[in-house]
Write a protein that binds this ligand. Structure first.
Ligand code: FAD
Ligand code: UDP
Length: 399
């Protein structure tokens, strides 16, 4: 069934006037039009179709489903994440249980090394990192004292620079954070909200995992397969290669769920919301292994990329070749990261007020709600939106 739909999608994307293909009605009625087939859009499509028996059309301007989590097998058969490494981690049993209806999982705990002082050392900074950098053993107590002696006392912790220098001091800040952040965001950490660098803890233990969430794993057959399973419901029609503007008035729908950039939705009325972009340089190498862990970070400003991912660590795939991706941050391109700065949030809130005043439209996801969300947070947000819709729907259906 899925293959049949893929064929239909292909013919739709070839035809350009996609709802004009033979056998398709000129005007089509849906309860919901969902813009964006990433986590936000796909969770809502699945819930509305299965949970409330709604007819749903999901569109995405990209030629595939899955949003930024899309993965694919490249010409050598290696599973690659098209938009950079996506590692699933959550503390939410509810989110995990929900997604487990659509995929089995492989256990995976993410580990990252950073290239600092000519060595590959564990990141987040932990006892091993300190030991390697300073050439001596650290106990937990040693590390607490060592960091406390270097940490700068600040009255107000507002920026990403503040949060790091007040925890580990300036030397470690400069080695691990300043260059990486300047490359990643095109801004100095002193110009970015503390929430950005606060994502990375400092540990006075030997725990060298990147995340400490209670649930950490990867979809066994990849993210795209999981999305295919979510969207394979007879009430759901998927049209990839279709932008919201392509739809025009050819489709009737009662309600819109919009997972694209909110400023674009309102024709940039209050100006553009900044998003940071990335270039992904995918390379396949004729060797089994390239690096010791899934991701190596490069905080130095001598190279333009921030990190290299080797997917086989994440996917567990056995293959005689290996596939890696360099991430090179840039200003222009697809919007990936909302930029957490007070003036951007102010502008976003103006858009949010417009959104609140726009009937029959709900904004969901990382771009539409301008939040630096992980996958599980978007799933949680979509499930919350669904619960609200289901509640309203139930009320309307009361006699
Ligand atoms: P998206 O996945 O961005 O989906 C939105 C979709 O809407 C896109 O496919 C877009 O093409 C489509 N769209 C937008 N506008 C229109 C329009 N006008 N018409 C039609 N379609 C439109 N999270 C984790 O939990 N773990 C990780 O390891 C992780 N790594 C990441 C690495 C990178 C490089 C990036 C950029 C993000 C990472 N994330 C990670 C975050 C994760 O990608 C997001 O939380 C999640 O994909 C957001 O889902 P979404 O549905 O909100 O948005
Ligand atoms: N960061 C850093 N050095 C690192 C890793 C992260 O300075 O080696 C900072 C940087 O500002 C980055 C932020 O911490 O944008 C969050 O890192 P994370 O790995 O969570 O970024 P993501 O995976 O979301 O791109």
């Amino acid at each position: 069934w899925w293959q049949m739909r893929r064929l239909m999608e292909k013919s739709l994307s070839r035809s350009q006037t996609r709802y004009d293909v033979p056998g398709t009605k000129r005007r089509t009625d849906y309860d919901y039009l969902i813009v964006g087939a990433g986590f936000g859009g796909s969770v809502l499509a699945e819930r509305l179709a299965r949970g409330l028996d709604k007819r749903v059309l999901v569109i995405d301007r990209r030629p595939h489903i899955g949003g930024n989590a899309y993965d694919f097998h490249n010409e050598d058969g290696l599973l690659v994440h098209k938009y950079g490494p996506h590692i699933f981690h959550t503390n939410s049993e509810k989110v995990f249980r929900y997604l487990s209806d659509f995929t089995r999982w492989r256990p995976y705990e993410h580990r990252v090394l950073a290239q600092v002082d000519g060595m590959l050392v564990p990141m987040p900074i932990n006892l091993t990192t300190l030991g390697m950098l300073y050439g001596r053993e650290f106990t937990s107590d040693d590390a607490v004292q060592f960091l406390a002696a270097r940490a700068e006392r600040l009255d107000h912790i507002k920026t990403s620079e503040d949060i790091v220098v007040s925890t580990v001091g300036r030397e470690l800040y400069e080695k691990f954070f300043r260059g990486y952040t300047r490359k990643q965001w095109g801004l100095d950490p002193s110009e970015l909200n503390k929430s950005v660098a606060a994502r990375i803890p400092t540990r006075t233990s030997l725990d060298d995992r990147y995340f400490t969430d209670s649930i950490q794993c990867m979809p066994l057959h990849g993210y795209t397969r999981m999305f295919e399973n979510m969207l394979s419901h007879p009430n759901i029609t998927v049209a990839t290669g279709t932008g919201f503007n392509d739809i025009g008035t050819s489709i009737n729908y009662d309600h819109l769920i919009y997972c694209g950039p909110i400023d674009e939705f309102f024709d940039y009325r209050y100006g553009r919301l900044p998003y940071r972009s990335l270039e992904f340089r995918h390379v396949t190498l004729g060797q089994q292994r390239f690096q010791p862990v899934g991701v190596v970070n490069f905080p130095g400003e001598d190279v333009p990329y921030t990190r290299i991912t080797e997917y086989k660590h994440l996917t567990g795939q056995q293959h005689r070749k290996t596939s890696i991706t360099y991430e090179i941050p840039c200003a222009e391109g697809d919007p990936y990261y909302p930029v957490p700065r007070p003036e951007n949030f102010e502008r976003f809130h103006k858009y949010l007020r417009l959104g609140d005043a726009t009937p029959r439209v709900t904004f969901v996801g990382r771009l539409a709600t301008y939040r630096y969300y992980n996958m599980d947070q978007v799933v949680a947000q979509a499930l919350t939106v669904y619960a609200r819709i289901a509640e309203l729907d139930a009320k309307q259906q009361l006699p």
